[in-house]
Design a protein around this ligand. Structure first.
Ligand code: ZN
Length: 137
């Protein structure tokens, strides 16, 4: 692991809002001003002081530590992808992974962030629909 890069006092970033079955989740990905690549993740989820909020803070801190020490953003995205909670597959933590993925896609292709969010919401809705059908059979 490389030494952690110092954090400038001001950095640019993107905040993605997603609605999941677990409630609204805001994921902020900040960018290194020198390389324009992700250097930190902040997650706002759950009631302040609650378990969800504490877990989200811990995950964000670890991911940020990794990103500032040479972890590839796509590997952080992969590690968090596909983790479901008691409410199903497309829920809280997966929304955080998707939000990171949306920012990575935007940085790679220059596509509009709101278009990418809309696509992800649409895909999530379709998967929920398919899940419901599956349970009815
Ligand atoms: Zn959840």
């Amino acid at each position: 692991m490389s030494p952690k890069i110092p954090r400038p006092k001001a950095v640019p970033g993107f905040t993605i809002e997603r609605r999941s079955a677990c409630g609204k989740i805001y994921t902020t990905v900040t960018l290194s001003p020198s390389t324009a690549t992700p250097m930190e993740v902040f997650i706002r989820f759950g009631k302040a002081g609650g378990c969800g909020s504490a877990m989200a803070d811990g995950i964000a801190r670890l991911v940020s530590y990794g990103l500032r020490s040479g972890l590839e953003p796509v590997d952080a995205f992969k590690a968090l992808t596909g983790i479901g909670c008691h409410l199903g597959a497309n829920t809280c933590l997966n929304c955080v992974a998707e939000s990171i993925g949306i920012v990575l896609e935007h940085l790679k292709t220059g596509r509009d962030l709101n278009d990418l969010i809309e696509e992800a919401d649409f895909a999530a809705l379709n998967q929920i629909g398919q899940g419901a059908d599956h349970h009815e059979i």
